[in-house]
Design a protein around this ligand. Sequence first.
Ligand SMILES: NC(=O)c1ccc[n+]([C@@H]2O[C@H](COP(=O)([O-])OP(=O)(O)OC[C@H]3O[C@@H](n4cnc5c(N)ncnc54)[C@H](OP(=O)(O)O)[C@@H]3O)[C@@H](O)[C@H]2O)c1
Length: 209
Amino acid sequence: MNIGIIGSGRMGSGLGKIWSKRHRIYFSYSRDYAKLKALAHSCLDAQAATPAEAVAASEVVLLSAPWTTVADALREAGPMDGKVLIDCTNPLLPDLSGLSLGLTTSAAEEIAGMAPGAKVVKAFNTAFAEIYHGESRLFGSRRLTMFYCGDDHQAKATVVRLILETGLDPIDAGPLAAARYLEPLAMLMIQLGYGMDMGSNIGISLIHR
Ligand SMILES: NC(=O)c1ccc[n+]([C@@H]2O[C@H](COP(=O)([O-])OP(=O)(O)OC[C@H]3O[C@@H](n4cnc5c(N)ncnc54)[C@H](OP(=O)(O)O)[C@@H]3O)[C@@H](O)[C@H]2O)c1
């Protein structure tokens, strides 16, 4: 399938590179178009695009822009009716000291409001981008858990496929409003990684019995 990436930094480039082994990727949203071209050139099947071109060409869109630029990025992207919109953003304060919203809403729900008609699925927000740039997503023999949530079953099935292709273990966290729990979980990872100096080579794995 075709996947548009809006925000081609650490998250967008890492996931886009992995997905380009099976899908056509459209990298977009940068202040430097030459960077998008170079990134696309380094992938198996990818090209640089504007956000509007990336969305128009794709069934699935990854929103991987900083929270402070999300409204601008979505404006540039234009209408998203019927698209699966994967939201990996975290609504971080500019100094990364905490979240700018939560409890009564989430970045995912705000994004659903800004992109009417899109089938928004929250995913990929609880693992550090470095994980996607390494050779493997395995920690020893263990897979990382990737929680996802959303209100559209078909869109969630598409995201499950991408989570599996990324080498992660998908766990359904329920409706899109469950992003109110997934975004603070990402904040915990940032606190552990940077506040407690554990670094970015850490991840979450859920245990069942
Ligand atoms: N990094 C992580 O470990 C991680 C993990 C989970 C979730 N997330 C979330 O994922 C999202 C992306 O994070 P990231 O670390 O990938 O960010 P990043 O490396 O800073 O990449 C951001 C992307 O957005 C573009 N951008 C920023 N401001 C722009 C503007 N004004 N106009 C046009 N393009 C602009 C950047 O382009 P240029 O810089 O090339 O201009 C870059 O392509 C964030 O919401 C973050 O909270 C990050």
